[in-house]
Design a protein around this ligand. Structure first.
Ligand code: ADP
Ligand code: ZN
Length: 733
């Protein structure tokens, strides 16, 4: 870049700097000695502090030129590229998030400004300590789990849940070495020339289409639709290979960290080395390394959770969103964004390809493919001899069930057969805990959370009641909190733990495994359990939503859905779609290897259109019907929605603000939008804060965000009142 380029600011020039401080505007400074580039990361004085920011452009504020302060220094980081600045700006405008918060999303790494020096890290030696204690064993276990990784002493102590003195003791004993290592070592090179698996004709056709897209070097989005086990992953790995061959970076987003371990193995087998990882389970030191090296163009492939979309890629050529319909792509705290939608946006800004992979795409994506906005590729067959499971409803009205039991005789019989054959059964119930409700048999009162308007769920394994909203727990009361009668509190309804009890009674000899997210201390513990089950170390697996996501159990041939009606009720716009996706996915767990699978759906309304669509396997007609309904109602994807969530500790104040907004809805009416509410949000109180919601329904087109901004601008947020805008809400709270 020549010093006279419009992207270079000479010493003393007036520049605008974006910081991650909650200021809502750019700040003017003078360029430092030697000048700086646009996009450069800089340290600037702000009052008495020094903060990090990005040179955003020429300064233009009306701040007194004589008082302008100088940039302190330019950090040793690759400047933020124009494409990334553009992306943050657009994403901020779309989600109605201040740019400073967008920058924070994009720079969530410690020690950004630190020099690339050497540092002390710890590594396992071949010695064992003289004396092994529990705490010591935990530290060494952690080191073994994260094979080959280096840690700072504090990271290691935190991960193992021990005090730093335990780590020090191990160093003294020679069981751990302290070594000097350069920070931020580069990642091993992935080799895209290695041969992949031999693809079936179906798969090869899809892979070629994706490779051609990547080779074109232009933007494009493709829906890769295929049943679980049809080889979507094998196919999109070919697109990754094509991207790496072109020398561009690729990103694979997964919905669940528990799935990364299995995926990393596949990447290693395919490309001969491990990719970079970015998710909540990655240590801070490693995050810094990934962030910096991705920015230098050094990590060819990143596997991550939604926030990996905000890494500073040098040259991003491909984004894969696996299980694109998964709700975890929507962040519902802080910046409310949908990583799937923003990925498409980011790709269009950097001429990249997007692949949305799913067996059961979201209706939005299905419609986009239908109307030609996205390309669609279908994998119709399961790989090898695996075939789709036979699906049947169990009409619960005709089943003879004892009270407080949930496994029907029909399902029980099918499970017996599996046990005889040495195969596995999976019972699916999307409810954690023992019982969803604890009720007093004397007065009928239910136990609710002290901080939220949510029922407390009994968790028998920890012998407490827990609020699934805020996580608060309390002992199971012996005396009714309402009528004070003793010994009448009783659990009502099934949770996964209670189902486990029933299964144990029915099959006392069977090995039963429960997979529920709250029963595992860490993603690694869960992964280990999943691997054991895959090897056959269980006869009956009971699982919540967790099991729907991509785990592979070759011996599993029966899936029993305990309550297929759960989720059909509810006022949520996406209730039918979600039920459909979940049931199809869970059923897809059966018969993944050579054996024919069977899925039994227990339902009190087997004639319900959603249940019928699931059973018939006629997916296209389900989507067509669902799309027609949404179009008639003018709701997404045929219309737009936004939520306004107001919260505060004083209910009357929160409601008053909501009513004031609803009364003065001129800017919304001006674009033909309707405002509903204020209404208590479905969970009306969370952590002691009352929540009230307004829902906006608008047509397509029309400047929705602009109108909302005008509308809420006069709102006075006194005291602890908060207002959050949720564009394209996924959950209606
Ligand atoms: P999906 O992502 O659609 O669920 P996967 O790509 O995980 O499917 O494939 C399911 C299983 O079948 C995996 O174990 C995968 O390795 C295997 N598989 C798929 N296609 C092939 C192929 N062409 N050759 C060998 N194994 C394959
Ligand atoms: Zn609570």
């Amino acid at each position: 870049m020549s010093p006279s380029s419009p992207e270079f600011f000479a010493t003393g020039a007036r520049i605008a700097v974006l910081t991650a401080q909650p200021l809502d505007r750019l700040l003017d400074y003078r360029a430092p000695e030697g000048g700086c580039l646009i996009g450069a990361f800089v340290e600037v004085p702000l009052g008495p502090r020094k903060v990090i920011g990005v040179v955003w452009g020429a300064g233009g504020g009306d701040f007194d030129a004589a008082k302008l302060r100088s940039v302190i220094r330019v950090l040793d980081l690759v400047p933020m590229q124009a494409e990334m600045r553009d992306f943050l700006q657009r994403a901020g405008t779309y989600t109605m998030t201040p740019l400073s918060m967008m920058l924070r999303l994009a720079t969530r790494v410690p020690g950004l400004g630190d020099p690339p020096s050497m540092r002390k890290v710890l590594q396992r030696s071949s010695h064992d300590p003289d004396r092994m204690t529990d705490a010591r064993a935990r530290v060494l276990d952690v080191m073994q789990e994260y094979e080959g990784a280096s840690f700072t002493p504090k990271e290691l102590a935190d991960l193992a849940g021990v005090t730093p003195s335990v780590v020090k003791g191990l160093v003294k004993q020679g069981a751990i070495h302290e070594v000097e290592a350069p920070r931020d070592q580069p990642f091993a090179t992935l080799d895209p020339q290695r041969a992949g698996k031999t693809l079936s004709a179906d798969q090869a056709r899809a892979a070629e289409a994706l490779e051609a897209g990547v080779a074109s070097g232009a933007y494009g989005t493709t829906l890769l639709k295929g049943v679980t086990g049809s080889g979507k992953t094998e196919v999109y790995l070919e697109a990754v290979a094509a991207c790496l061959r072109k020398g561009r970076q690729a990103l694979v987003l997964l919905p669940e960290i528990a799935l990364t371990a299995e995926f990393l193995k596949r990447v290693e087998a395919r490309f001969g080395a491990l990719p970079a990882e970015w998710h909540s389970g990655v240590t801070m030191t490693e995050r810094r390394r990934v962030w910096r090296i991705v920015g230098q163009g050094g990590a060819q492939l990143v596997i991550g959770a939604r926030s990996a979309l905000f890494l500073p890629y040098r040259d991003l050529g491909l984004i894969i969103i696996d299980e694109e319909h998964d709700t975890s792509y929507k962040q519902d705290e802080g910046v409310l964004y949908n990583a799937r939608d923003l990925a498409v946006w980011r790709a269009s800004l950097c001429a990249a390809q997007v692949v949305l992979a799913s067996a059961t795409p979201s209706l939005e994506t299905w419609v986009n493919a239908q109307n030609g906005k996205y390309r669609r590729l279908d994998l119709t067959m399961r790989f090898g001899s695996a075939v789709l499971p036979k699906m049947q409803a169990v009409d619960m009205r005709a089943e003879d069930l004892r009270p407080s039991t949930w496994i029907s005789p029909t399902l029980k019989q099918a499970m017996e057969l599996r046990i005889e054959r040495g195969e596995q059964s999976l019972l699916f119930l999307n409810r954690r805990g023992f019982a969803p409700v604890t009720i007093c048999r004397a007065c009928g009162a239910q136990v609710v959370c002290d901080h939220c308007d949510a029922r407390m769920v009994e968790h028998r394994f920890m012998k407490r009641l827990m609020c699934h909203q805020c996580g608060a727990t309390k002992p199971i009361p012996d005396e009714c909190p309402s009528c004070k009668v003793e010994g009448k509190m009783a659990p009502v309804g099934p949770g996964i733990e209670r189902l486990a009890e029933e299964a144990t009674e029915l099959f006392p000899q069977a090995r039963i495994a429960v997979l529920s997210s709250d029963l595992f201390g860490s993603a690694r513990a869960l992964k280990a359990r999943v691997e054991d089950i895959a090897k056959g170390e269980a006869d009956i697996v009971l699982g919540t939503q967790l099991v729907a996501k991509g785990h592979n159990f070759p011996l599993l041939t029966l899936v029993g859905v305990i309550d297929a009606d759960l989720g059909l009720q509810g006022s949520d716009l996406r209730a039918a779609e979600r039920t459909f996706q979940l049931m199809r996915q869970v059923s897809g767990r059966a018969g993944r290897a050579e054996r024919q699978g069977e899925a039994l759906l227990q339902s009190f309304q087997p004639e319900h259109p959603v249940i019928r669509a699931i059973l018939s396997g006629d997916e296209e007609s389900f989507w067509k019907a669902e799309a027609a309904q949404r179009e008639a109602a003018g709701v997404p994807p045929y219309g737009r929605m936004a939520g306004i969530i107001l919260s505060g500790s004083d209910l009357a104040q929160v409601f008053d603000l909501g009513s004031a907004l609803a009364r003065n809805d001129g800017p919304m009416r001006a674009i033909g939008a309707q405002v509903f509410g204020p209404a208590p949000a479905p969970i009306a109180r969370v952590r002691g804060r009352h929540r009230v919601r307004l829902l906006i329904k608008a047509g397509k087109g029309g400047a929705l965000q602009h109108a909302i901004a005008q509308w809420i601008a006069p709102a006075r947020l006194s005291g602890d009142l908060r207002l959050n805008v949720d564009i394209d809400p996924q959950n209606f709270f």
